[in-house]
Design a protein around this ligand. Structure first.
Ligand SMILES: [Fe+2]
Ligand SMILES: [Fe+2]
Length: 128
């Protein structure tokens, strides 16, 4: 049986998934390096993470995955609002599980999501 070759779309989707994972992986490694006092290691890992973000985002853009900007901003706004709720729930779960540091991070990140939502609302009012 002939080996099936992937379509460009499949290759691009594989790249987007891989690059997305790499961004988080490198940034998490950088946090560990920071914690161990290895500042230059952390900086290098962060630099690589930004390259991976650039790779993934341009693949997504070139694949035509970004539609009308207003609709995309609205979609992201709904996502940020949901992310706030989800992290708030996560905070409560972590609290009742006795994981104080995790609960605290859920709380901080939840507030970030609320701030992101406010920023997107502001863009919608001013530019769209
Ligand atoms: Fe990459
Ligand atoms: Fe967010």
């Amino acid at each position: 049986m002939a080996e099936e070759t992937a379509t460009v779309e499949e290759c691009v989707n594989t790249e987007i998934k891989g690059e997305t994972w790499e961004v988080i992986q490198y940034l998490a490694m950088a946090l560990k390096a920071d914690n161990e006092g290895k500042t230059e290691v952390a900086q290098t890992l962060r630099s690589i993470a930004m390259d991976e973000a650039a790779h993934g985002s341009r693949f997504k853009y070139l694949a035509g995955n970004i539609g009308d900007l207003k609709s995309e901003v609205e979609k992201m706004l709904a996502g940020e609002e949901q992310a706030y709720e989800g992290k708030h729930e996560g905070m409560k779960t972590a609290e009742s599980g006795g994981q104080k540091e995790m609960a605290s991070w859920f709380d901080t990140a939840a507030h970030d999501e609320a701030r992101h939502a406010a920023m997107l609302r502001n863009l919608l009012e001013r530019y769209f």
